[in-house]
Ligand binder design. Structure first.
Ligand code: ARG
Length: 246
């Protein structure tokens, strides 16, 4: 940071300087959100965001450090410098954008539906779920939860701390459906064939973006140019194919 910034109480701390000085890129996420961030059996974190974060750290010449964080604490973790960037499949929403800056979207998803198989062929869209007869699960503090509250007002809603807990409710029949980001639902439904069904056509529009602190155009500029370069040179596509087309 410049002397001027320091004399101003480092109000506009430069994240890139901190990354260089510490020799590490600390990236926050909440593991369990397939295929973006998962904890492998050996304890390592893997996934789409993880591979992109590793590539970014490599280009910066620093070490990639994963910071697994509960979802409800992820923006506070960024704001208190636990991480330099949130790389966690975070939907760019106006509400969140009041607190953080987002780089350009790196992928666009939307909400999809995991169904208990007894409803297969009967519940055909989210609209059919909007009834007091149904219980819907999602994850606390996510855009999935927002969509249930907004678009499925009549259904009973149960919030869970983790993706897996919400999805298990559908498998064991305590919930009729789970509403969540399409890539997660698609993978989970494939892993639980016979025990679940899915409606994969997204019914919301959700660009996902990496989040940084407000007041740091340098970091934002780095992220956007990283995206431009990796999308142009094929490295983004290679990592995308590894996690979405296999
Ligand atoms: N896209 C959704 C949201 O922003 C869910 C993201 C969950 N991410 C995670 N790493 N668990 O609310």
């Amino acid at each position: 940071a410049s002397l001027l910034a320091l004399s101003m109480g480092a109000a506009n701390a430069n994240t890139l300087d901190d990354i260089s000085e510490s020799g590490e890129l600390r990236a926050c996420f909440d593991a369990g959100y397939m295929p973006f961030e998962m904890k492998a059996k050996n304890g390592n974190y893997i996934g789409f965001d993880v591979d992109l974060g590793k590539l970014m750290a490599k280009q910066m010449g620093v070490k990639y450090v994963p910071v697994n964080t509960a979802w409800d604490g992820i923006i506070p973790a960024l704001l208190t410098n636990k991480c330099h960037v949130i790389m966690a499949g975070m939907t760019i929403t106006a509400q969140r954008n009041m607190r953080v800056n987002f780089a350009d979207p790196y992928i666009t998803v939307g909400q999809a539906i995991l169904l208990n198989p007894k409803h297969e062929g009967k519940i055909l869209s989210y609209k059919d779920l909007n009834s007091a007869d149904y219980t819907v699960a999602s994850k606390l503090g996510t855009s999935g939860e927002e969509s249930v509250k907004k678009l499925l007002r009549n259904a009973k809603y149960n919030a869970f701390e983790t993706e897996t807990d919400a999805a298990l409710e559908v498998v064991n029949g305590k919930a009729d459906a789970m509403v969540y980001d399409m890539p997660f639902i698609s993978i989970y439904a494939a892993q639980t064939k016979g025990k679940t069904a899915a409606i994969l056509e997204p019914f919301t529009y959700e660009p996902l973006g990496w989040a940084v602190k407000q007041g740091d155009p340098d970091m934002l500029n780095f992220l956007n140019n990283f995206l431009k370069q990796t999308k142009g040179d094929g490295s983004y596509q290679r990592i995308y194919d590894k996690w979405f087309n296999s």
